[in-house]
Each structure stands twice: as C-alpha cells, then as structure tokens.
Design a binder for this molecule. Structure first.
Ligand SMILES: [Zn+2]
Length: 329
C-alpha cells in the first residue's frame, strides 16, 4: 500500500473514532437539549406484497377502558387474558390506516380520526408525510366503514384533505349513516356518529367524488371489497391479491386483540350488532388461519399487519417480521 493512501486511511479511521466519541459521549450541551415538541409515535411501516406495497400509517393511540366495552365474557376471564398479555383492561389502542401503492396509484384504506379524540390521535397526516407522500397525491380512499376514527381525517374543518381522491364506501354503509332520517331516529348517544359521517363525506359527495359500491366487483386491479357487516351495517373488508400473495384489510373485526383472539365470541361495545360482529370475527379468523394470508387491521397494535394461527379453539396473532424493502414506483 502506498504511503499516502495508508496515511489517508489512518486519518479517516481517526476521524471516525472522533465522530463516534462525539456521538456516544454525553456532553453538557446534550443534557440541556429541549424536550421534544412532538408526541413520539411510530409513523409508518412498509410491507411488500407481490408487486405492490402496503404502507401502514399510524394515526396514534388512545386508552380504551375494556371493562366497559367488552361483554359476553366473564370479567375474570377478560382480566386474566389482559394479564397474560402483560396488559391491564385499560389499553392504548392503535388507530391504523393503510396506503396501497400499486400501478402508479396511491390508495388509502381508512382516514384516521383527525381531532375527534384528543392529542394522542390525529397523526395520519404526519405519518403520511413521514412516509414521503402528500395528501394531494392520494388517488382513492377505501373506507371500511363510516365511524369517526375512520373518516375523521377526510376533512380539516370544511376543507377536503385529499383533493384528488375519490372516496369508496359500500352501498349499505352509505345508506345507513348518510341518511338524515336514520339520524333523526337514532338515540342521542349515536348522534355524533351520524353527524360526523355526514359532515366528513358531504364535501366529497358535493364534488362528485363519492362512489358507493356493490360487493364482489374489483375496484382496482386485484382489490375487491367483501361484506363483513356487524360492527356497522355496511362494514367492508378489502381483499388484495397480487402475484399469488393475498392480504385482507379487516377494518374493525377486532378491537381488543389480547382478549378477542383467545375468545372471538367476546362482544365489543362499539359494534352496531355485537352478535353479528362476533360471527364475522369467527368466520374471518377461521378463514385467515386456514389459508395463511396476510391481515391488516385498524385496531391491532401498530402496524397491525400479521398472520393468524389456530390453536385449538383460540387464535394466535403473529405480527409481521420487520423487514426493510426498497421503494417501488
Ligand atoms: Zn374503528
């Protein structure tokens, strides 16, 4: 090795050591760094599925008291299942949305809460930005249902957040929540749900950007909606099949993963029809475990992507193995 290269390498090595020491040595100024101004949250997670990518986007988390929300399960069993999962019955529940990047299009599945439920939620826009996308790049939003934690992010005040997107909702879901008549007849406690759905969808509807669909026909290549009513009257799941790989967007088929994978029959208080919700859950679990495809769910701990394995009458959630994928077009 020639002398000048050798001394150059020695110099480089020495500067790396100095840089390393600078990075790991605590200094006085470091301890005086101001506290972060943003709430820490996970942001985004990428899964490669055949020739497309599914990007989980965190909208944040909110504490839910499941002693009030779960029923059709003995309280002792409920508490034991939370304990076995190193949780209490008050759980930080994730709100996830997902971005499908396919064929040069960006398709969002659900739109987060915006400001409906306090400062630990409403992070979807930040997560989208962190993933490298802007709201105006979104071509379509597929909604699993019209609850506030799924439609909240569609507007900011009266302003459309996704100006170039068409919104997709199932016909029964739109008919139920967008009906002024249903709103009038609904109990006071449900008024907020109707008001939010109408308020968030209206600007898109006015702009001619709302599509209500029938089940069974492809909306985009390899993307087909499937009826899973129970949580809401027109709740939809979305099947994505590309190059032999399959993923199913579950929406809100499960909320309390720690309990409802062991006991799918446990009812959820947010379900319009908890019995039908439980039936859909059992059907969805059995099919996912039998066929081994990917699941993406809005309220399973972020990123909410994984597989399901049957274990006797129970199910075990297997979160996706963490991998870093190169970007696709
Ligand atoms: Zn939800």
């Amino acid at each position: 090795m020639n002398h000048s290269i050798k001394s150059g390498l020695q110099l480089l090595a020495a500067s790396f050591i100095i840089l390393f020491l600078t990075l790991v040595t605590p200094t006085h100024s470091f301890s005086q760094t101001a506290a972060p101004t943003a709430l820490p949250q996970p942001g985004y997670y990428v899964l490669q599925l055949g020739d497309i990518q599914i990007i989980a986007l965190s909208d944040g988390t909110a504490a839910l008291d499941f002693t009030k929300l779960l029923s059709n399960i003995a309280p002792e069993k409920r508490d034991r299942l939370f304990k076995e999962n190193y949780l209490t019955s008050s759980v930080e529940n994730s709100v996830n949305a997902f971005l499908i990047k396919a064929d040069g299009k960006l398709i969002l599945v659900d739109a987060g809460t915006a400001d409906a439920f306090g400062p630990t939620l409403g992070k979807l826009a930040a997560s989208l930005n962190n993933a490298g996308y802007r709201p105006e790049q979104i071509d379509a939003v597929l909604l699993t249902h019209l609850h506030p934690d799924h439609v909240g992010g569609l507007t900011d005040g009266d302003k459309i957040v996704f100006p170039n997107a068409t919104i997709y909702v199932s016909k029964p879901e739109a008919a139920y929540w967008l009906s002024e008549d249903n709103k009038r007849k609904a109990p006071k406690s449900a008024q907020f749900y109707f008001e939010t759905a109408i308020q968030k969808i209206a600007p898109y509807q006015k702009a001619g950007k709302l599509v209500t669909f029938d089940y069974g026909t492809e909306l985009f290549p390899g993307i087909t909606p499937m009826a899973t009513p129970g949580h809401t009257p027109g709740h939809s799941s979305y099947i994505v099949e590309r190059k032999g790989q399959k993923l199913l967007f579950w929406g809100d088929l499960v909320h309390a993963a720690a309990v409802q994978f062991s006991d799918p029959g446990a009812y959820m208080g947010f379900d319009s029809d908890p019995k039908a919700g439980a039936e859909q859950r059992k059907k969805a679990y059995a099919d996912a475990a039998r066929n081994g495809y990917w699941i993406a769910a809005d309220h399973i701990s972020f990123p909410g992507i994984g597989h399901l394995r049957a274990d006797g009458s129970k199910y075990v959630w297997i979160p996706a193995n963490y991998s870093v994928y190169p970007p696709i077009k």
